[in-house]
Design a protein around this ligand. Structure first.
Ligand code: FAD
Ligand code: EPU
Length: 345
């Protein structure tokens, strides 16, 4: 375990110049529990972080940022599947590459999603027709107060769209320390989304899907090293079938994604785009020109600039469509997480 200087810039993909009172890199579950317990004794708040690709620092953080770097990948085989046990601090994209190099298919649609493996169950990461829930077997968590570990089955995780039990019952006082994944040997390609539909289901390989996903992502999503961002800033909103029908009447080209429960998911990027907000800036923050759902740190933005821009985007979309966007990104204030909708309302 090591203690570092206090800039959070290397630990948030918005590249915001925030600081923490203390930064601790944890390489074991014992490190995590020790740092947590010390902070409890010192009455200091603790913020668990992976790679900071889904957080927005509103101001300097007054507590300890506890960076999870528990590493290690174990693979075992059963008759029909490969089972992976992955340390929470492993990088997600490197894991995807590693599995493909080993000839294990199933993660290719989730290529190039930034962040740690340990963060992947929290919002049930998803892209191009696949979500973590499709490959998750279990999640190991650490009760930071007692130091005891517990294994949750995929069902216990209550995965939903950008949602899981880790945003609710296990939101504070627990750290994810490992994730179990299951990849079926009988691989079924998922080629229903975007440019993937052009691929031939009979001949396509996992590598071709990986390459196509990387190509699509690189052409739309900004590289955080060049323009700080946290991916989609807002979630795609879910509305009733009735509201979706009304929208389609007024805007026949609106993309609609009907859900199993009868509700309809709308494309937040399309709604923002239709308000002509691509390239719109406030301070150093801007709406990305290639993907309106992504807010970027264009030039030395502050957390306040991003909040002001998110507020304006939400108001304009709400005024035009009567649909009120909710952030996907987690907002971190001086003492901990804040209600993101409340901050931008
Ligand atoms: P962080 O941002 O570090 O943390 C996220 C939250 O989890 C915080 O609240 C933190 O306190 C908590 N946390 C972190 N680690 C732990 C732990 N070990 N135990 C308990 N709590 C913890 N997401 C998608 O779903 N699909 C996409 O296609 C996608 N594309 C993206 C593209 C770009 C360019 C970027 C920047 C982001 C994108 N994202 C996407 C969002 C992001 O990659 C995911 O949310 C990712 O899982 C976050 O991982 P992280 O390690 O950076 O988490
Ligand atoms: N669209 C526009 N203009 C835009 C952006 C999008 O018209 O500026 C339209 C597109 O043409 C398309 C629809 O909106 O018809 C959806 O766009 P896209 O396929 O780019 O996906 P998205 O809904 O914007 C979601 C996820 C992404 C994920 C992609 C691919 C959410 C909030 N976002 O984006 O996840 O990578 O699908 O599956 O669900 C993230 O969560 O950070 C993230 C990047």
């Amino acid at each position: 375990m090591s203690t570092q200087l206090h800039s959070l810039k290397p630990f948030n993909t918005f590249n915001l110049d925030a600081t923490a009172a203390n930064i601790v890199i944890a390489e074991t579950a014992e490190d995590l529990a020790a740092a947590w317990q010390k902070s409890q004794r010192d009455r200091q708040p603790v913020l668990l972080l992976g790679e900071g690709s889904n957080v927005l620092f509103l101001e300097d953080y007054q507590g300890t940022a506890l960076i999870n770097r528990i590493m290690g990948i174990g693979i075992c085989e059963s008759e029909d599947s490969w089972h992976l046990h992955v340390g929470a601090g492993e990088n997600w994209h490197k894991l995807v590459q590693y599995t493909l190099e080993k000839g294990l298919a199933g993660l290719e649609n989730l290529a190039m999603i930034p962040g740690c493996v340990g963060s992947s169950p929290i919002q049930n990461i998803g892209a191009y027709g696949v979500e973590l829930k499709h490959v998750c077997e279990y999640v190991d968590i650490l009760d930071l107060t007692s130091g005891k570990t517990q294994r949750l089955t995929a069902q216990d995780c209550q995965f939903g769209y950008r949602d899981s039990v880790f945003k609710h019952d296990y939101r504070t006082g627990y750290a994810i320390i490992a994730v179990g994944l299951v990849l079926r040997k009988a691989w079924v390609p998922v080629i229903t989304y975007g440019d993937l539909v052009r691929l031939d289901a009979e001949t396509v390989t996992p590598q071709q899907i990986f390459d196509a996903v990387c190509h699509m992502r690189s052409s739309k999503l900004p590289d955080p090293k060049i323009a700080g961002n946290a991916g989609s800033f807002f979630k795609n909103p879910l509305v009733s079938a009735q509201q979706a029908t009304l929208l389609k009447t007024d805007f026949p080209d609106a993309p609609l994604y009907p859900q199993q429960d009868g509700n309809v998911k709308l494309a937040a990027g399309w709604l923002i785009d239709r308000c002509d907000l691509k390239g719109f800036t406030i301070g150093g923050a801007a709406v990305h020109r290639q993907q309106a759902l992504v807010l970027i740190n264009q030039q030395d933005a502050t957390g306040g600039d991003i909040v002001a821009l998110a507020h304006e985007v939400r108001q304009r979309v709400g005024a035009k469509f009567n649909v009120w966007l909710e952030p996907e990104v987690r907002f971190i204030g001086a003492l901990g997480e804040k209600d993101a909708v409340g901050v931008i309302a």
